[in-house]
Design a protein around this ligand. Sequence first.
Ligand code: GRF
Length: 211
Amino acid sequence: MTGKMLRVAVFASGTGTNLSAIVDAARSAPGFFAVALVIVSRADAGAGARAAAAGIPCAHISSATHATAAERDDAMLELLAAHRVDLIALAGYLKRISPYFIARFGKPILNIHPALLPEFGGQGMYGCRVFEAVLASGAKASGVTIHLVDEQYDHGPIVFQEAIAVLDGDTVESLAARTQALEHRAYPLVLRRIAEGEIDVGGGGSDRRSG
Ligand code: GRF
């Protein structure tokens, strides 16, 4: 994707702090990537309000809006095409991405996970459960992983990992806070490196000059 302006879609189910970090970074260093679309899987996701506040098109797609998985996939694919999206960044998106969707989209899909995969990942490992598991394991390090998405939860080639120390006396809250701060630096950094061609995830992009 060297020299391309990446048009990113962020998929989220929760509060959307990573979405905000990505939007802020895109706007403070324009020309590398922009958030063209947000898709939320819950009508009340904080990410939806953040998208609205930022003036970014946002769609809620879930079983409340489309009865079948195929209808949901097709609705999302249609929106991605309409907004000329080059890459999807999952940021706290709790729905599994189907093989059909991955094949039809045909472009990179990233996910961020608040631990060092392949440990402490998989179905059901999200939110506080991740930090509880890290602390219960006695691990001396945790961190953040950004990886390409395949058909399994928290699986697929890793494109970025950074570790932080687990400190004596760490609680779920303290470890979560330090991990989140790292996430907010890491996701924009990875998107910029992809746009600059320093991280190769395949896929194409639109000409940076044309936005
Ligand atoms: C992040 O910790 C991310 O790693 C995980 O879900 C959380 C989303 O947080 N996949 P937010 O909604 O971006 O605040």
